[in-house]
Design a protein around this ligand. Structure first.
Ligand code: FNR
Length: 393
């Protein structure tokens, strides 16, 4: 089977550069000010977002020599009891149609094409059923922005739809019950969730239970007053939350499949995730878009892995920008890395082909990096803390 690296070399016309550090500046030039502010922007001063990226530089890979390795490394990983060809997934990102008219459909197709799981956001600008169709035989997980308890019938409806549409795992995001203080969006007066023209709420607008409730409350159909409907949808979920750890059992009762809690940053919360019996967590700080001055996500990863890594699957995101970053997160114990902004930039620069290019470039880079470091596979028996040294605190 041809390797990701060799496929990269065979590209006659890569849709844009292989330099992953150029994707953000190139995409910034190609986007509207509001989209760029939303995608690139962070909470507050951007301290946490910067720390996310810088944290990777504190750890270095120490290459080994004279390791017999005629084959390129096997990138296979195991998550939720399944084998995956690659240790990455497309993390949940909302309103993808603001970046390309095909939005979620382009991403869902690129994921299926590259054997990369697709995590669909509740804040998507495409409905669940159409994105699922575009993803076809791909592996897809549904990310939940969890409606408040008084709207539990809406939650149940979304979970039912996701299940029927072939989403196999539920990713519950815990760090976003209100959007963070984001100066770029504030300057631009931009909140994609409240823009009925950009429908960051397609899932809500197409939800039969939400639509029935809206009609009862407002005496008209969603289409008759889109701006009221969009506001009502936002109110169903934000601001604030009335969920505590006790409420996870509600999701377990209504979701027939594995549950992953996204946004875990403390060891104590990781232990609670084990106690409530979920199957996985994503160590994530939402790319530094929620809490400013917060710890880098990578700093917490090894501590959390030490506490719970043998009891549930630990996934990771926030700050992954190149193959070496994936190698380091995996070496520190993550079983899979969610890619966020890089694939959004790919979507901006090249639609479905652009997203594919980002996945292939990251994986090709990872594959060669492991190979040249004498690391035979992405399995923890080869890719673990022994391959890293911490250069500074
Ligand atoms: C996000 N993220 C996110 N997470 C989530 O659970 N639901 C969502 O709808 C979104 N939407 C979203 C939009 C945009 C534009 C970005 C950049 C991010 C967070 C995402 O899943 C992931 O945690 C971060 O993107 C990881 O940080 P980096 O690596 O992209 O900086």
């Amino acid at each position: 089977e041809a390797s990701v690296y060799q496929n990269g070399l065979r590209y006659e016309h890569p849709p844009f550069t292989f330099h992953s550090n150029q994707w953000e500046p190139e995409a910034a030039k190609a986007m509207s000010a509001t989209s760029a502010g939303y995608a690139i922007g962070n909470a507050g001063s951007g301290e946490t977002a910067r720390k996310n990226v810088e944290a990777f530089k504190r750890w270095s890979i120490v290459p080994k020599r004279l390791i017999k390795s005629e084959d390129l490394p096997d990138l296979t990983t195991h998550v939720l009891g399944h084998e995956f060809q690659f240790p990455i997934a497309a993390g949940p990102v909302g309103v993808l149609r603001i970046f390309n008219p095909d939005g979620e459909l382009a991403v869902a197709r690129a994921c299926a094409e590259n054997n990369v799981p697709y995590v669909m956001s509740t804040a998507s600008s495409t409905n669940i059923e159409e994105a699922a169709e575009a993803n076809g035989k791909g592996v897809r997980w549904f990310q939940l922005y969890w409606p408040k308890n008084e709207a539990e019938e809406v939650t149940i409806s979304m979970l039912d739809r996701a299940k029927k549409a072939g989403f196999t795992a539920l990713v519950v995001t815990l760090d976003t019950y209100i959007l963070g203080w984001r100066p770029s969006d504030l300057d631009n007066g931009y909140n994609p969730f409240l823009r009925s023209d950009q429908i960051g709420t397609a899932i809500g607008m197409s939800d039969p239970v939400f639509r029935r409730r809206f009609k009862e409350q407002h005496g008209c159909e969603v289409e008759d007053d889109m701006s009221a409907a969009v506001s009502e949808w936002a109110r169903t979920i934000f601001p604030g939350t009335n969920h505590g750890w006790d409420d996870i059992k509600f999701l377990q009762e209504h979701w027939d499949g594995p549950i992953i809690l996204k946004g875990i940053q403390t060891v104590a919360d990781a232990k609670k995730a084990v106690e409530v019996g979920v199957q996985g967590i994503v160590v994530s700080n939402h790319g530094g878009r929620q809490v400013d001055g917060g710890v880098s996500s990578l700093a917490m990863l090894p501590r959390i892995v030490d506490a719970v890594g043998n009891k549930l699957d630990v996934l990771f995101d926030s700050g992954i920008r190149c193959g070496a970053d994936i190698a380091k997160a995996m070496a520190l114990g993550a079983r899979m890395c969610l890619i966020g902004r890089p694939y959004v930039y790919g979507l901006v620069l090249g639609g479905q082909a652009g997203v594919s290019h980002v996945f292939k470039a990251l994986l090709g880079d990872l594959e060669l990096n492991l190979h040249l470091s004498g690391i035979l596979s992405a399995d923890p028996k080869h890719l673990n803390r022994d391959v890293l040294v911490k250069e500074s605190d």
